[in-house]
Design a protein around this ligand. Sequence first.
Ligand SMILES: Cc1cc2nc3c(=O)[nH]c(=O)nc-3n(C[C@H](O)[C@H](O)[C@H](O)COP(=O)(O)OP(=O)(O)OC[C@H]3O[C@@H](n4cnc5c(N)ncnc54)[C@H](O)[C@@H]3O)c2cc1C
Length: 290
Amino acid sequence: MKPPPFRHVAPRTVDEAVTALAEADGHGKVLAGGQSLVPLLNMRLAAPSVLVDVNGVTGLDGIEVTDDAVVVGATVRHRDLERHAAADAALPVLRQALVHVAHPVIRNRGTVVGSLVHADPAAELPAVLVLLGGHVDVVSRDDRRSIDAEALFVAPLESSLRPDELAVSATFPRLAATTATAVRELARRHGDYAMAGVCVAVDRDDERATVTGARAVFIGVTDTPTLVDLGEDLAGQGCHDLDTVAAVARARDAIDPTDDIHATADYRRHLAGVMLARALADAATGREDA
Ligand SMILES: Cc1cc2nc3c(=O)[nH]c(=O)nc-3n(C[C@H](O)[C@H](O)[C@H](O)COP(=O)(O)OP(=O)(O)OC[C@H]3O[C@@H](n4cnc5c(N)ncnc54)[C@H](O)[C@@H]3O)c2cc1C
């Protein structure tokens, strides 16, 4: 199918981009990697009159690794971040999650910030942003603000950005050196969206080889990414002999999966628990996720 007619605008600066969005008066859409938006246009599930193509905007393609965070510009592709050695050293959970995003051809084009703003409940990066307590910086013609992860995801495919706002960067805060992460998910075919997945952070006392805290955010089983604190169930346990039964039960109670053509809600809930137990063991023992 072909998309409905639209005007294509190719700004060179952030100011030009947000001016074009303001002038579109609620009928404009940012075009980043196009990996989600173009299918929506072709299926006529979206019909913006103006596409503001930000791929040529200068200054949005940087990855900055600071003492506190990894900051990713709006036109950084999944693949750029996945292959960024300093970002991987600072926050391994980024690459752990990115390798699960679709196929390399899609990761070559799709953007990290676009994935966050698109707010797909089956996407990996929104869960990572919530796990880390990150934020997105957005700009409009008259304003500039930061949106914390927990305020960004409103509903499936709905973020709290206004139609005249451009997200210019995402900030992923670094974790303590004693905190390890893992991402586990299961998809029917390699590269598909996960039927259920999870990313976890486990705080460790490495001298005693014990867990001191843990939290998880599920992928594909909740409408929006939700942080589940598992510290009460896991703190004090040995890293190499974790008993995850109570943590899995708590987490399964916190999620509300639905039936779809790929899986029943019950199967999804079961799968989410299995993925959680595996991810916790990965992070507690320092294994890389599978
Ligand atoms: C076959 C297939 C499989 C996929 N599998 C996965 C998967 O397993 N996991 C996963 O996470 N994703 C998956 N994706 C989606 C992919 O990761 C997309 O790249 C991503 O969701 C959107 O990024 P994009 O840059 O392509 O955004 P676009 O498609 O350009 O835009 C998506 C939406 O976000 C808005 N937007 C984008 N950037 C900005 C910005 N800077 N400011 C304001 N609004 C903005 C757009 O207006 C649009 O509404 C898949 C896609 C395909 C086609």
